[in-house]
Design a protein around this ligand. Structure first.
Ligand code: ADP
Ligand code: MG
Length: 301
C-alpha cells in the first residue's frame, strides 16, 4: 500500500534482473513522493505547508512545486471545478471513515478557507504559503497521476523498455509489450460491479478515472462520495465517473476530478479543445459520452 492505494508495477526489459530493478525503482520513487505530498504523513512537506497556514511560507522541493502549480493550472482549465484548497471540506465530510453529513452552517464556516487565491506558490523562492489560518491543501485528486509519471521516469532510467504503473485507477504506460502490442486497459462500469464499460489500448499514455463508486456511503437513498464541488462543498452530482486519457498522468488525474465537478457539457468541451486529451464520461443518468478522438479506439465487451 502506497499513497493510500494498492500500487502495481510491471516492467519489460532485456533481462529479468533489469526488469526487477526497474520495478523496484518505481516503487521507491512513489514512496519518496508520498513522503513529500501525503497529508497523512506528519513530516511531509504538504503537512508542514498546511500546519503553517496563515503563519509563514514553507520551502518545498521542486516536485511539490510542480504538483501544486499543475493543480493551479487544472483549476484554471476546469473553471474552478478542481480546487486543492478543498482540504477543510474533505476533512469535514471524512467520507472514508466518518460517514457523517456536515451541516450547512458547518460548511458555510469553511467556505472562506476554500480559496485558491490565497494559495501562494512562489516558483522563484520555491515556497508555498497558505494565506489564511485553517486552510489546507489536498493533492489527493492529482498526486497519484504525478507519482505514476515519476515512477515511469525512474523505471526508464533503470533500463526498462516498457511497463505500466497503476495506483488503483491512475495508470501510466510506456513503450510496447513484447511482440509490439499496446497495453490493454479496461474501464470499470460505475454501477455494475465487476463489469467493464470499455477496453482501450494505450501506448505512452496515462489513463485516470474519478468515480463516485469507490469511496462513498449512502443515507436515505442518497449517495455521498469523496469528490466535492468547491462551490457547494457537497459531493459533486453531475457524473458517475470520468475517465481521462492524456500523455501525462498528472493531467489525466487532475482533469478527471475537475471534469467530474464541471459535468458532461463543459467537461467535454474542454476535452475537445485540449490536444492529446480524451475522455469517457458517464453522466448522472448513466449515459456514456465518448470524446471524438476515442470513438474509433474503444472496444466494448
Ligand atoms: P481517487 O483516485 O483517490 O479516487 P480522484 O482523482 O478521484 O482520486 O480525486 C479524489 C480526491 O481528490 C479526494 O479524495 C480529495 O482528496 C480530493 N478532492 C475532492 N474534491 C476535489 C476537488 N473538487 N478538487 C480537487 N481535489 C478534490
Ligand atoms: Mg483525479
Amino acid at each position: 500500500m502506497q499513497m493510500g492505494t494498492l500500487v502495481k508495477i510491471a516492467a519489460v526489459a532485456r533481462s529479468e534482473s533489469i526488469a526487477q530493478a526497474a520495478a523496484t525503482a518505481g516503487f521507491v520513487e512513489i514512496r519518496r513522493l508520498e513522503e513529500l505530498l501525503s497529508t497523512w504523513i506528519p513530516t511531509s512537506e504538504l503537512t508542514r505547508v498546511n500546519s503553517l497556514a496563515g503563519v509563514a511560507p514553507v520551502s518545498v522541493s521542486p516536485e511539490t512545486m510542480v504538483v501544486v502549480q499543475g493543480a493551479m493550472r487544472v483549476a484554471e482549465m476546469t473553471e474552478g471545478g478542481f480546487n486543492i484548497a478543498i482540504g477543510p471540506a474533505v476533512d469535514a465530510w471524512n467520507v472514508i471513515e466518518g460517514q457523517r453529513i456536515p451541516t450547512e452552517s458547518e460548511l458555510e464556516a469553511l467556505r472562506p478557507l476554500v480559496d485558491l487565491q490565497a494559495v501562494h506558490a512562489d516558483a522563484r523562492k520555491q515556497t508555498i504559503f497558505l494565506g489564511k489560518s485553517g486552510m489546507r491543501i489536498d493533492v489527493g485528486g492529482i498526486g497519484k497521476g504525478y507519482a505514476a509519471d515519476q515512477a515511469v521516469m525512474a523505471m526508464k532510467k533503470a533500463g526498462a523498455s516498457a511497463g505500466v504503473v497503476a495506483l488503483s485507477g491512475d495508470i501510466k504506460t510506456f513503450g510496447q509489450l513484447p511482440g509490439g502490442k499496446k497495453f490493454p486497459v479496461g474501464i470499470r462500469h460505475p454501477r455494475e460491479e465487476g463489469e467493464i464499460l470499455a477496453f482501450i489500448d494505450l501506448e505512452d499514455e496515462a489513463i485516470s478515472t474519478a468515480g463516485d463508486y469507490e469511496r462513498f456511503f449512502e443515507r436515505d437513498g442518497v449517495r455521498y462520495h469523496h469528490i466535492l464541488d468547491p462551490k457547494t462543498l457537497q459531493p459533486a452530482r453531475s457524473c458517475q465517473s470520468v475517465t481521462v486519457i492524456a500523455r501525462e498522468g498528472m493531467w489525466a488525474d487532475g482533469l478527471d476530478t475537475g471534469i467530474f465537478v464541471m459535468g458532461v457539457e463543459s467537461g467535454m468541451r474542454l476535452v475537445e479543445a485540449l490536444p492529446d486529451v480524451e475522455a469517457i464520461i458517464v453522466d448522472h443518468e448513466g449515459l456514456v459520452h465518448v470524446s471524438s478522438g476515442l470513438r474509433d479506439r474503444i472496444r466494448t465487451p
